[in-house]
Design a protein around this ligand. Structure first.
Ligand code: ASP
Length: 585
């Protein structure tokens, strides 16, 4: 028997019992004739004590143990004289009588405690050591608990877990495919699934009715932001459902997961229309843990000679702003920083107008030349501005203004600590557009993927004004992060063909890429819909991680490298020859 108990388990009630523990040596401290060792395993830490007076030889051996040696000890549980309230096992220690070294360790490359001296690159290289640190260990445990709660809920609702293959044909999620060359058919390639989208729809045609899978998806995207080339989805699909059924089922799933893993009552998820999300928050994934909505001013602007506002309105653009509550005292420097923030190239505003409603009741603005105090107060009314508030106003093309103000809203929240971190904001965003028009090329593309069902009442605009057609598409948003998307699917063969046509797929191309799917739909496709949760992001948010790397056992760097295994790397010429591949230098 290697152990009778774990290192996180023993308490005062166990005092006097003989135990056997196995684990890793975290620290050895020699204090006079006593040697203390913190012994670590997945479950926690237990203090071991060796006494030179009771057994000098044993104590000598303990003094020689190095960090991260794996040892087994036998001894008696005793009450500590100086207890440690920070440690769950802090009331007891083990008087060791026998010590066996199970495995030695080289000096580890960084300190294996929450406060470590290892930088991320080093820790990724030695990920198996990093996972011994409680923060990372606990995230992986929480991830498993979340997955367990997901399975529990879905199993209880008649969902069937079905695996789908990884070597498939391209799936249209809008990213680049990872390709796997075929050895048997030179010049042909499998694609790794960007998602099991088509396969799960075919499972509905197959009559499986309620499917889920905790599944790896692969997207060869540029490493913008917090992405990993492979990530995990909780992928779901249901037959004979409307959007309402989806909201109930998967809103319920989230409530269950929160209750089970955080003991938090999430309550019913509110819903926000996509158009309103953009209008009020400048984002399709708004963080609603604080208010601060965008206020449109085109209709309420007083007459003035101020060209910036007048031109924006005349050109069909937008004048809108935010009320930075309590920020009237912002210094020149703080204001300049906000102006630089909205001028950044990806936001592209020319600047910001500010109106300060000072604590002493005076009004001061960057446009005093153009507006009377009375006019400024009238603008303030639209924002319900109080003494101490500052308005920040932008004027430009509508999309640009909303996007920049949406970002500015988040920036203000960060600078002013407006977000109560103990709160959760989880909501549905609904009624996304079916198509998107590329601002540059004018090309029409799908907003989610090409299988989303249009709103029946919007079919009248399908040919004449396609971007006006709403889709039965929805996202779930958690604390300003998209954590799910999905849709009611098209199950009618003719509508699917019309969507493909609008997207510019020729009949030949449709046949080549999706022929098998269109064909399946000729054999009785049930009405169906579903969604996929981004598991990594959910775990990140629920465990306070900073990136999705923090939630995965063996992630890749932001540049897509596996530093531990050292991948990707070139392969043998022999392997390439077998695959019929010639690599260009
Ligand atoms: N396959 C979709 C995605 O990965 C989710 C869905 O529509 O179910 O975003």
């Amino acid at each position: 028997m290697y152990r009778s108990n774990t290192c996180g388990e023993l308490r005062l009630a166990n005092v006097g019992t003989e135990v056997t523990l196995s684990g890793w040596v975290q620290r050895v401290r020699v204090l006079g004739g006593l040697t203390f060792i913190d012994l670590r395993d997945r479950y926690g830490l237990t203090q071991l004590v060796f006494n030179i007076e009771t057994d000098a030889a044993l104590c000598e051996r303990a003094n020689k143990l190095g960090r991260e040696f794996v040892i087994q000890v036998k001894g008696k549980v005793a009450e500590r004289t100086s207890k440690n309230a920070q440690m769950p096992t802090g009331d007891i220690e083990i008087y060791v009588k026998e010590l066996t070294v199970l495995s030695q360790s080289e000096v580890p490359p960084f300190i294996i405690e929450n406060d470590t001296d290892g930088n991320e690159e080093l820790r990724l290289k030695y990920r198996y050591l990093d996972i011994r640190r409680p923060v990372l260990r606990d995230r992986l445990l929480k991830r498993a608990a979340i997955i367990k709660a997901v399975r529990e809920y879905l199993d209880g609702k008649n969902f069937v877990e079905i695996e789908t293959p990884n070597l498939i044909k391209s799936t249209p999620e809008g990213a680049r495919d990872f390709l796997v060359p075929s050895r048997l058919v030179h010049g042909s390639f499998y694609a790794l699934p960007q998602s099991p989208q088509i396969l799960k729809q075919l499972l509905m045609v197959a009559g499986m009715d309620r499917y889920y899978q905790i599944v790896k998806c692969f997207r060869d995207e540029d490493f913008r932001g917090d992405r990993q080339p492979e990530f995990t989805q909780v992928d779901c699909e249901m037959s004979f459902v409307h959007q309402e059924d989806i909201f109930e089922t998967f809103g319920g799933l989230m409530q269950h997961v929160f209750k089970k893993t955080l003991n938090y009552e999430l309550g019913e998820l509110p819903r926000l229309r996509y158009d309103d999300a953009i209008k009020y928050y400048g984002s399709d994934k708004p963080d609603l843990r604080f208010d601060c909505k965008i206020v449109d001013l085109n209709e309420v602007l007083p007459q003035s000679e101020f060209a910036l506002f007048n031109n924006a309105v005349a050109n069909g653009g937008l004048v809108a702003g935010l009320n930075a509550k309590g920020c009237a005292g912002y210094s020149r420097k703080q204001l300049d920083e906000l102006v630089e923030f909205v001028k950044a190239s990806h936001r592209g505003l020319g600047g910001l107008v500010n109106i300060k409603f000072n604590e002493d009741g005076t009004v001061k603005s960057s446009v005093d030349k153009f507006f009377t105090e009375e006019q400024l107060r009238a603008i303030g009314k639209a924002f319900d501005a109080q003494n101490g508030d500052m308005l920040l106003i932008a004027a430009d093309k509508t999309g640009k203004v909303r996007k920049a103000l949406g970002d500015l809203r988040l920036e203000l929240a960060k600078r002013n600590n407006w977000i109560d971190e103990s709160k959760w904001s989880v909501l549905w965003v609904v009624d996304f557009p079916l198509f998107e028009k590329d601002e540059e090329s004018g090309e029409v593309t799908f907003a989610h993927h090409p299988f989303c069902s249009p709103h029946p009442e919007d079919m009248q605009y399908f040919d004449t004004d396609p971007t006006r057609v709403r889709a039965q598409t929805y996202d779930m948003v958690m604390n300003g992060n998209e954590i799910l998307s999905g849709s009611i699917r098209i199950h009618q063969h003719d509508i699917q063909e019309r969507v493909f046509k609008n997207l510019g797929f020729s009949p030949e191309e449709q046949e080549k890429r999706f022929g098998f799917m269109l064909n399946a739909f000729k054999y009785g496709a049930p009405p169906h819909g579903g969604c996929a949760f981004g598991l990594d992001r959910i775990v990140m948010l629920m465990t306070g991680g900073e990136t999705i790397r923090d939630t995965m056992a063996f992630p890749k760097t932001s540049g897509g490298r596996d530093l531990m295994m050292d991948a990707p790397t070139p392969v043998d010429t022999k392997q390439l020859v077998e695959l019929g591949i010639l690599v260009k230098e």
